[in-house]
Design a protein around this ligand. Structure first.
Ligand code: ATP
Length: 341
């Protein structure tokens, strides 16, 4: 059974449509990252899942139980959802222990004490239960908010840019630590972020927003290597597009002619071939058709801007010695080409 199933979801602010027929399904234990430009509706989607924002059409089900639909609305506190926000949203006047136990006040004293120790140990804050939020670092405060959300044993966790206020130096380690906690407990999560690097590090799958809908949802490799549209391709990284002709089972481009895979289905006779910077291979050659315009050292290789005919291509290469102005030849593999009409 899926943990979260959203069908044809519409939501608006006073008639202004934000979500327009959105579909999204999460399997048990899946962590998905919602990605999309600012203002596209990521937070609005989290709020509709949590029951904090009305929907105008469609449905939301959590663990097979409909929580929002025409004529059906389950209150936020009955949805078995935990939420973690960018600003931690801890109660400043409560200790760490009281913050963590806030959602489980109905448990008896003994069970609460066991739950508290379990949560403090899970987020590595043993011995800090008596402190107040202002006596903790940002990373520690975010751990408390994770512990508070998990203490309640939710079926689904919603995280709204939880790492954006954390110092860059500890962000990655905290992110991996929290991911490990969610994985160990097999909690499903929807994670909003602006950063595709955070999404790659934290999530199992990515869900990319465009105009109030999810246009592609899948593992990061699929979205990066086989995007459905140039919009998805460009959102996930630098893209080069070469004009190509598709004729008699061949892909014909400025890089040469390549046999198309047997099962390749061409939508038209011409198209634009997507090539990521690392898919283009360069080689120093005095008679090469390309010219190096710019070189930037990246540590694990170099980034080059290369002029090829009328185009300027982004290329990532392990070759570090190619100087500006030198001639290069270019090649690429065309085993599974992505070609847009
Ligand atoms: N309370 C509100 N009243 C009216 N419009 C709103 C309200 N909250 C958000 N909006 C609008 O709804 C749209 C979606 O906002 P939302 O916060 O969901 O986007 P987002 O993708 O999370 O953005 P960001 O990445 O900048 O956080 C935006 O155009 C925003 O201006």
């Amino acid at each position: 059974m899926s943990t979260l199933s959203i069908q044809g979801l519409h939501s608006d602010y006073r008639g202004e449509q934000v979500l327009r027929g959105l579909n999204l399904t999460l399997t048990q234990g899946e962590i998905t990252a919602l990605l999309g430009p600012s203002g596209c509706g990521k937070t609005t989607l989290l709020r509709t899942i949590a029951g904090l924002q009305d929907i105008s059409a469609g449905s939301i089900a959590i663990n097979g139980k409909t929580v929002s639909a025409d004529g059906c609305f389950v209150a936020p506190e009955k949805r078995s959802i935990g939420m973690i926000f960018q600003d931690y949203a801890l109660f400043p006047h409560l200790t760490v222990a009281d913050n963590i136990l806030f959602g489980v006040r109905q448990l008896d004293k003994q069970s609460r004490s066991v739950r508290l120790e379990e949560m403090l140990s899970l987020v590595k804050l043993e011995g800090l239960g008596k402190r107040y939020p202002h006596e903790l670092s940002g990373g520690q405060q975010q751990r408390v908010s994770i512990a508070r959300a998990l203490a309640y044993e939710p079926d689904l966790l919603l995280l709204d840019e939880p790492f954006s206020n954390i110092d860059a130096q500890v962000r990655r380690a905290l992110m991996l630590e929290i991911r490990a906690i969610l994985k160990a407990r097999n909690v499903s999560a929807v994670f909003v972020t602006h950063s595709k690097d955070e999404a790659f590090a934290f999530a199992d799958t990515l869900a990319l927003f465009e105009a109030g809908r999810i246009v592609q949802h899948g593992i990061p490799e699929t979205l990066y290597q086989s995007p459905n549209t140039p919009y998805v391709a460009d959102f996930l990284g630098a893209s080069n597009y070469l004009d190509v002709r598709l004729e008699a089972g061949q892909l014909i481009s400025t890089l040469g002619a390549f046999p198309l895979p047997q099962d390749f289905k061409a939508a038209s006779e011409t198209g634009r071939w997507l090539l990521r910077p690392e898919q283009l291979l360069i080689e120093a050659r005095a008679d090469g058709a390309g010219e190096i315009l710019e070189r930037r050292f990246l540590g694990n290789g170099c980034h080059y801007l290369v002029r090829l005919g009328e185009q300027v291509l982004d290329i990532h290469s392990h070759l570090g010695h190619l100087a500006c102005g030198s001639r290069v030849s270019l090649s690429a593999a065309a085993d599974t080409p992505v070609i847009f009409a």
